[in-house]
Design a protein around this ligand. Structure first.
Ligand SMILES: [Zn+2]
Length: 454
């Protein structure tokens, strides 16, 4: 800062002062505090403890410091978090996102997707990262774009789903692979196109499955997906598969002797939970209209809502589909979740959002509710959406906890989430890669999106 002379006019002094603030806070000094949240209770998620009356300061998109009373006078923006709780943003490790290329497979009109719009629900629900489990090139391009101004989560993008014949979902949503040679070629291509992981779906031949796992290892890309029909999970583990996309498939495999909690733990497996799929199946059979009238439905793109979510096409809302089957499978899956957690198997909270009636964002909170019903503590449940995905998903390695140097993806909550996970449902504000969005901004963004979709 230049020294002022005694002749400087007051107006000039003000200009200097403003220049200093701008320079210090946002332009010149790379170590300047850009945002502080003060007087807040910090839920770091590294331990079940809460640190009260803290101030968290950020420099750009990183957490700089946490302490009882640091100086915030030079911070670009200061939020008073009095009475609130600051937690890490949540990760939904199993979602689907509309792609322009999916439309024909679902009988919808081909349309370019505005990803700023279809992803808006996630931050409104405190979710700052999502792993997209059925990728496409337009989603990849959005992941790699220059940052925009709208609130959207970080994206981790799986390859298009690889399946044997017949695939349940038509190409290009799925890629059919029927030989080991084609398996190696597909994995190498998806790696070179920039996908974060390989996604397996159904009806793969065992030799094709083994080739896919070997190719993923050779190409240094992770792999996650369904249990291949007719192959024991222990054999999939022995072949090298570590990621499993649906806990209910693992629950059935354990119940039938195909694997065990100890084997999953020994191999370092990780399992996404997706119990809300089963819970929602029951609710669609028993009360489709109740689900269809939820307020967030207005902020959903019509591509899936008007096709396989509709009463006419929805696989669960058809007459003769048995709620008892899904209730029983949900009960088995919940008790398996409890056992795997006690064994220390890595669980990732996943909602399978955009499956019929699973609303992006809302679905993850339903998943956390089901985890607590299954006997997990709120702390254990929340770790599956914070610390655990950071350990398993390379692109998210620096997220998931509040500590200096971590990514500044934060959520300001109105109540203690370690007493009730539902405190995460409606944040007072969200920090996305260092940028603050208050509740009013998140809500008005959803209003904008709803106006465009309906
Ligand atoms: Zn899925």
């Amino acid at each position: 800062m230049a020294p002022m002379t005694k002749h400087a006019a007051p107006r000039r002094a003000l200009q200097w002062a403003l220049a200093f603030l701008v320079t210090n806070a946002s332009l010149g000094d790379a170590n300047a505090c850009t945002l502080a949240i003060k007087n807040v209770a910090v839920v770091a998620m590294t331990t079940p403890a809460i640190a009260r009356d803290q101030t968290v300061t950020l420099v750009g998109a990183k957490i700089a410091a946490i302490g009882p009373a640091p100086d915030t006078s030079r911070c670009g923006m200061v939020i008073d978090g009095r009475g609130g709780f600051l937690g890490p943003g949540l990760t939904d490790a199993h979602v689907h996102v509309e792609s322009g290329s999916f439309a024909p497979a679902f009988g919808a009109q081909p349309t370019p997707i505005d990803f700023d719009d279809v992803l808006a629900l996630y931050p409104a629900f405190g979710i700052t990262s999502v792993r997209v489990m059925s990728g496409a090139r337009d989603i990849l391009r959005f992941r790699d774009r220059a940052p925009g101004t709208h609130p959207v989560p970080r994206l981790v993008v799986a390859s298009p789903m690889i399946a044997g014949r017949p695939p349940i979902l038509a190409e290009p949503v799925t890629l059919v692979v029927e030989t080991p040679e084609a398996a190696h070629a597909a994995v190498a291509r998806f790696k070179s196109e920039g996908y974060d992981l390989i996604k397996l779906r159904e009806n793969l031949r065992p030799d094709v499955h083994a080739a896919l796992v070997a190719a993923a290892r050779d190409n240094a890309i992770s792999l996650d997906g369904h249990v291949t029909r007719g192959v024991a999970v222990d054999a999939l583990l022995a072949a090298g598969q570590r990621g499993f996309a649906h806990l209910d498939e693992i629950a059935r495999a354990i119940a039938s002797g195909g694997t065990s909690a100890a084997a999953l733990k020994r191999h370092g497996a990780h399992v996404s939970s997706t119990m809300v799929v089963l819970d929602n199946a029951v609710r669609q059979i028993e009360d489709y209209d109740g689900l269809a009238s939820r307020p967030q439905m207005r902020a959903l793109h019509p591509m899936f809502v008007d096709t396989f979510w509709s009463r006419a096409q929805n696989p669960y809302a058809k007459p003769g589909v048995d709620a008892a089957f899904f209730k029983q499978l949900l009960a088995l899956t919940k008790s398996t979740l409890h056992d795997l957690t006690r064994e220390g198997v890595m669980i990732l909270a996943g909602s399978d959002a955009l499956n019929p009636m699973i609303i992006p964002g809302d679905g993850l909170h339903e998943e956390l509710r089901l985890m607590v019903e299954a006997g997990l503590t709120p702390y254990e449940a929340l770790r599956t959406a914070t610390v655990n995905p950071a350990r398993v998903i390379g692109r998210l390695a620096n997220t998931g906890e509040i500590a200096p140097g971590r990514d500044a993806d934060l959520v300001l909550l109105p109540a203690n989430p370690l007493a009730d996970v539902a405190a995460y449902r409606r944040p007072d504000g969200v920090v996305l890669q260092g940028r603050w969005f208050d509740r009013a901004a998140l809500d008005s963004r959803l209003d904008d999106v709803a106006r465009r979709f309906r």
